[in-house]
Design a binder for this molecule. Structure first.
Ligand SMILES: [Zn+2]
Length: 278
């Protein structure tokens, strides 16, 4: 199935969910932009005059322009989401929406919620908030507090590299695995001019994350993941997870970070982790 077909399938699921009204929806997988697009679709479905996310009615147009009074955005794409950001919105949660639809509170890149802010949000989710729907967006549910995830209806967008890795990314992953084992054959590869694009670097990081998720869930990872699983205990797997999170954050910054440097850093950290005492 193509990514577009998979996305329209998820849109169908969202359409059916409008009747169920899960108070908290968690969208994981996909890219930052794809998650945001899907959240906006959910916001339109819940406010559209024809309940179809038509894109043309006043509510849909206002949502598109970012001026709809009932759509609130806490944006982790711009940095950490702080407790004051959550507190500022809190009084709204007890009030009915001002328009005819639902209030939709979108937490973009919710892994950027600092712990205090996540806890403040949790408290709100425990109280009834009639007419208010929350949407959490994150690369993977494992990056959020489990207590947030357990309150959420989780939908997974297709992973950016589809079912399998494309040849180029798979090649990079093999090289990363080889370097982690032997300490050779890496820097010549990343040093080649223009070899590492942001897209490739993100694919490699996400492939590692997927491996890690598989390992932690007891499913079988790629050969590179199997090497890690065989040599790392849980504590060091957690460190690896944090390393991947940092790498992904660096690559997601709006300012240009050299993607080759991010991959070099990832490779070096992985090499060291394999040799660190548990
Ligand atoms: Zn509409």
């Amino acid at each position: 199935m193509t990514t577009t077909a998979q996305h329209s399938k998820i849109q169908d699921v969202l359409t059916r969910l409008v009747d169920t009204q899960p108070q908290v929806l968690l969208l994981e997988g996909g890219t930052v932009d794809e998650r945001m697009d899907m959240a906006m679709h959910w916001a339109r479905l819940n406010n559209c005059a024809t309940r179809t996310a038509c894109g043309h009615c006043p509510a849909c147009v206002q949502i598109e322009q970012g001026v709809h009074v009932d759509i609130k955005l806490l944006d982790g794409r711009e940095g950490k989401i702080k407790i004051d950001d959550v507190r500022e919105l809190k009084p709204l949660f007890g009030q009915p929406p001002r328009g005819d639809g639902k209030r939709v509170v979108i937490l973009a890149e919710a892994q950027e919620l600092i712990v205090a802010a996540a806890n403040a949000l949790l408290k709100s989710l425990e109280e009834p908030c009639p007419g208010t729907l929350f949407v959490l967006l994150a690369p993977q549910r494992e990056r959020l507090l489990p207590t947030l995830v357990s309150r959420s209806w989780v939908l997974t967008l297709p992973w950016p590299h589809g079912g399998g890795l494309d040849g180029e990314a798979a090649d990079w992953l093999r090289a990363l695995g080889q370097f982690a084992q032997s300490g050779t054959g890496w820097f010549a590869k990343t040093g080649a001019k223009g070899a590492v694009t942001r897209d490739i670097a993100l694919k490699v990081v996400l492939a590692c994350r997927k491996d890690l998720t598989a390992i932690l869930a007891g499913r079988s990872p790629s050969p590179m993941g199997a090497q890690l699983a065989a040599r790392l205990d849980l504590g060091r797997l957690k460190k690896f997870d944090l390393t991947l999170a940092h790498a992904e954050d660096a690559l997601s910054l709006p300012t240009a970070v050299n993607p080759a440097m991010v991959l070099d850093w990832l490779a070096t950290r992985t090499y060291r982790l394999l040799r660190e005492r548990p």
